[in-house]
Design a protein around this ligand. Sequence first.
Ligand code: DGJ
Length: 744
Amino acid sequence: MHIFYHEQTKTFHLCNEEISYITTVLPNGQMGQLYFGKRIHDREDFSHFLELSSRPMSSWTFDEDKFFSLEHIRQEYGLYGTGDFRHPAVEILQKNGSRISDFIYESHDILTGKPPLPGLPATYTEAPGEAMTCILHLTDPLTQIGLDLFYTIFAKGGILARSARFVNRGSDSVWLCRAMSLCLDLPDSTYEWLQFSGAWSRERHLKIRRLEQGITAVDSLRGHSSHNHNPFIILKRPTADETQGEVIGFSLVYSGNFLAQAQVDTYNTTRILLGIHPSGFSWKLEPGDAFQTPEAVMVYSDRGLGHMSRTFQGLYQKRLARGYWRDRERPILINNWEATYFDFTQDALLSLAKKAKDCGVELFVLDDGWFGRRTNEHTGLGDWTPNLHRLPEGITGLARQIEALGMKFGLWFEPEMVNRDSDLYRAHPDWLLQTPGRHSSHGRFQYVLDFSRPEVVDHIYDKMWKILDEAPVSYIKWDMNRSITECGCAALPADRQGEVFHRYILGVYSLYERLTRAFPQVLFESCASGGGRFDPGLLYYAPQGWTSDDSDAIERLKIQYGTSFCYPVSSIGSHVSVTPNHQVFRITPLHTRANVAYFGTFGYELDLNQLTESEQDAVKAQISFMKTYRRLIQFGHFYRLSSPFEGNVTAWMCVSEDKKQAIVGWYRVLNEVNAPYSRIRLQGLDPDLYYHISGTFTGKPTACYGDELMYAGLSTSDTTAGELPGGEPPCCDFDSRIYLLKAD
Ligand code: DGJ
């Protein structure tokens, strides 16, 4: 890893073994983008990468010159209104009504390591040699607004982290109306665009389309990153696939409104913009004020999508997630939500907990309904005191009883919300996000507390702190069940209302920061009606997230497969639930429900007391299996083998660091009659190791070299296809298998 600065040409070259990123000071003093991709040689002068030619209808920067046009030049951080007609990275409204700015290079700093972003989640280093950072200091001479562009290159992997910081060194206030975290101009547009989209219970489905001249974008204006689109996109060469070819992933470390956009211009260059959504956003910068954008992370891979994903997964698992639980195997939990919903008593909870303990569960999680007068969706949110009618000894008493059984205790909160029928709302009706004179829409009969106000965050912190201080709580599920509407803050003046969405998210981050500092051993799981805020921003505080409210194993194939493009297995909350499933009413075999849930944090969300004895035995075996293999699954290297978006069979695998162990999950949605022979090519193994294969499949265990398994493939043909040989169970719909590989 190195950052070269070439004084004569004022060119910066950030590189490691995998990538080069090159930017230069242009003749007009602004920064130009020259290259991002596979590592190339360093040299003093890369100006041949600048493509300039005289074209009609362009506007030219210099008098008597028809070559230097901002329309043709790839910019480092595109500016509005001076000849670059693509969407800009920044727009600043000034006192005189102008939105034009001109950021000129002044100086730079090159640091070892990576500075933190105040108040914001970001990737980090633990030793100085892990990364280097280049900060370009630019200034707009007219307004004296300073712009610092941050670039961190990590020593390992094709990773570049970026952000921008504005400082008002002028004497007038200005309003930032657009401040993207990342702008990247690529020289061509021969890419496919991959996005991870859907809806509640259908999160992060992979969608692919070709880039064309014009705009391709995903976004959120809901106040949270959303079920609908994830703040993560990929550009991939059309011929690239899982194992080969060029791809670039772009991920925003942020949990609020975002925009991820590609714009292909007249000359087929592609501009990627990633950052806070400019719609509805403005931030007043008084003289002396600063504004820091969230971080954006780019990963380049010339070894296909799989390598890119493993780079993101490794970075986000080890250098974005933090704290006690970062490197620890996740407890196997039981959550009472789908078992009881709001309808529980302490006795019912304890009976579920006893059965769970008997099966080997390690953590009992009490979900919604334990506080205030919360017995349905209409009441109680905001009143974070235990309901003593339901829990006579409070949370402390229940938690102690659970601990006495030999399990840890976890608790659900929805800190950002309030019902109108609550003591909190009656005491502070002005604490909602709302706009004067406008009707306030509800979502699930609840309203959003104004977390842009520190006193609101303080109040919730005190309430949560009291419970966590008194009761032995080891885990918190932090839920968030509606999008933000009629967004407005009673405590801010009119010209700062554009700040509220972002200030809200900063308030959420500050509450997470305070709680995780005060209770460092508590495991936080983020949740927003399932996967409505499954993003890198929250991974910084909560190392795992409830992936989706859809707990059906077959639906989960697409959801977990899509999620794996950016996020580590250890972050993917996954439970075995009852059949018929509560979301799609599908009946799937118990072994398939577990075989899918293994590839995540693993737990149960059903009434174990309702299972038959043989099902309870199966649950015991599943839990014991997961305890044996969870380090391999949650902290191994993850490979996607067969896509649920392309066919009837999904497969994925995890390989241990030393490649001596691997586990393959294989899932077939519909059974086939007299099915063709089939095999699946494994990945990530050591070609020279001899692997013994066992697992939950019918047919004979066998042994193969890694190269056989990777290049010839593992046979997955059905032994029961065609005529049934004696004694073997027939295949069925929604079938699945686990293959275990162990080298000598
Ligand atoms: C939505 C979550 O996704 C569910 O798991 C559950 O916690 C409910 N909220 C409780 O209201």
